[in-house]
Design a protein around this ligand. Structure first.
Ligand code: CA
Ligand code: CA
Ligand code: CA
Ligand code: CA
Length: 239
């Protein structure tokens, strides 16, 4: 600023330097780099397990650029948590995060600056399967009748189911004969569960205490790590 109270254009004046401060206004909302994020975490992961860090930016200064994070809807906060200052998303409840009940969660991550301007991004949180289901037999027990001295007479299918994710090792089942007298006289197809007799069985050769009854214990196990299994009794009456 120059002040001049003479008509002399030179050596006339006094001057002062004026610094103008531009006062920031809150003209930016927080912004996330992506409109949506697909995140994943193992089902039943421990409380506090870190899933991801999702942060927004806001170029305003001071509190107008200071971001607070929150998850919406409120009900999602029973299962997941976001650190309000860091944007780190973690597991909040390891029991309810159950892929067999609900495999995918949808949430909105909201960023709010100190002037209440808001930015949001969509979260899709996918639960990864763990092997937490045992195979379950289709029946409590199996009974079959075969005639002695006849070849390859037995042909029954043992069947089990597994609730873990379809098409993965966690639900893929194999069958085996785990125990039983005369088990060497039988085979089971490990994949189809079809149980067959191998060669004839002579009832008179069997231990009399068995009373013509052979009990095989068939095991069904999945291919998860660690594997889980179940067994069923198969009673074969030799007549
Ligand atoms: Ca702002
Ligand atoms: Ca589960
Ligand atoms: Ca599972
Ligand atoms: Ca399983």
């Amino acid at each position: 600023i120059v002040a001049n109270d003479t008509t002399n254009p030179t050596e006339c004046c006094s001057s002062a330097t004026l610094i103008i401060y531009i006062v920031d206004i809150n003209d930016h909302s927080p912004e996330f780099p992506q409109q949506a994020y697909i995140l994943s975490v193992k089902e039943h992961a421990n409380i506090g397990t870190k899933i991801a860090t999702v942060r927004a930016t806001d170029p305003d200064s001071g509190s107008f650029g200071r971001i607070t994070y929150s998850l919406l809807p409120k009900s999602i906060r029973n299962d997941f948590k976001v650190n309000s200052t860091t944007g780190v998303i973690t597991v909040e409840n390891n029991i309810t995060l159950d892929r067999e009940k609900r495999p995918i969660y949808y949430a909105t991550l909201q960023a709010t600056d100190g002037g209440n301007r808001i930015g949001t991004t969509a979260l899709e949180i996918v639960l990864e399967d763990i092997n937490d289901f045992h195979p379950v037999m289709a029946r409590d027990s199996y009974t079959a009748f075969i005639t002695e001295n006849k070849d390859n007479e037995l042909n029954i299918r043992i069947e089990a189911f597994d609730n873990d994710q379809e098409g993965t090792n966690n639900s893929e089942i194999r069958y085996t004969i785990a125990a039983g007298d005369y088990r060497q006289n039988f085979t089971i197809d490990p994949i189809t569960g079809v149980l067959r007799s191998v060669g004839p069985i002579d009832r008179e050769d069997m231990k009399s205490s068995l009373n013509g009854k052979i009990i095989l214990i068939v095991e069904a196990y999945d291919l998860g790590i660690p594997k889980l299994s179940t067994t069923v009794n198969v009673t074969i009456n030799v007549e």
